[in-house]
Design a protein around this ligand. Structure first.
Ligand SMILES: C[S@@+](CC[C@H](N)C(=O)[O-])C[C@H]1O[C@@H](n2cnc3c(N)ncnc32)[C@H](O)[C@@H]1O
Length: 247
């Protein structure tokens, strides 16, 4: 389904998502893809504000009178200028899971409770060197602590999708190495475009010259991208910046 319109019908799942978000009146919540508003109404009852970003014009129009503290934004969540929020709570449209996750991870937030396709949630939380670890796991693991809270049967949605789901909680890693988020994203992207090659090949594509490459930790740069932890990648970026005046 093009817009990923599978609506939650199981109230116990709605209650679970909302309770894991630990909401209070001080919270401003971003909801991506409110749909018919089953989650939106519960968020509005607990949080100070809810920004609900919905791409479908009919659904957006029908949500407008949900509650006085719900601001409906009729737009594409991938491109719209996002409002200020501190928590993100959404049953996401699965067709944009990767792109929206990359977008949200690099922006400030206190807590996110999100529903993803189950396999996507597993890739998000994947450990380095595991079969399913890739760019997504590296980037998500750099920016956040990830918990898979609960698996959700496909029967909790109408129409019933072809896949099961999982509720995931993300908390920002305040202790992460201080590298430019855009630099991290770019290097992770380049490394996994060359995932069968050694890390040094990806670094060359990132723009690192031969002299700088020779000064980096050789055991790291001779590994494959999927063997590197997020912090080892961040360490490489810091070392490159230190050894060259190249930013
Ligand atoms: C999986 S449904 C979830 C609906 C609702 N939150 C629920 O739990 O019942 C995803 C929703 O996201 C909307 N959507 C899809 N792509 C979108 C985009 N790029 N930006 C904003 N909303 C989008 C769909 O129209 C749909 O209402």
């Amino acid at each position: 389904m093009r817009l990923g319109q599978h609506f939650l019908i199981d109230r116990s799942i709605v209650d679970s998502i909302v309770s894991h978000a630990d909401l209070g009146l001080e919270d401003w919540v971003l909801e991506i893809g409110p749909g018919e508003g089953i989650l939106t109404r519960e968020l509005a009852a607990r949080a100070g504000r809810v920004y609900a970003v919905e791409i479908d014009p009919d659904l957006a129009a029908s949500l407008c009178n949900t509650a006085p503290n719900v601001m409906v934004i009729h737009a594409d969540a991938l491109t719209v200028r996002l409002p200020q929020y501190n928590k993100i709570v959404s049953n996401l449209p699965y067709n944009i899971s990767s792109k929206i996750t990359y977008r949200l991870l690099s922006r400030p937030f206190d807590l996110a409770v999100l529903m993803f396709q189950k396999e996507f949630a597993q890739r998000l939380k994947a450990e380095p060197a595991s079969k399913i670890y890739g760019r997504l796991g590296m980037v998500a693991g750099f920016f956040s602590h990830i918990e898979i809270l609960q698996n959700v049967s496909r029967k909790a949605f109408r129409p019933v999708p072809d896949v099961d789901s999982a509720i995931v909680r993300l908390r920002p890693r305040t202790e992460r190495p201080q590298v430019d988020p855009r630099a991290f994203m770019r290097l992770a992207d380049i490394l996994f475009r060359n995932r069968r090659k050694k890390v040094k090949k990806g670094l060359a594509a990132y723009g690192v010259d031969k002299m700088t490459l020779a000064e980096l930790d050789q055991s790291l740069i001779n590994m494959r991208p999927e063997e590197l932890t997020p912090d080892q990648v961040a360490g490489l970026i810091l070392a490159i910046e230190k050894k060259s005046d190249w930013v």
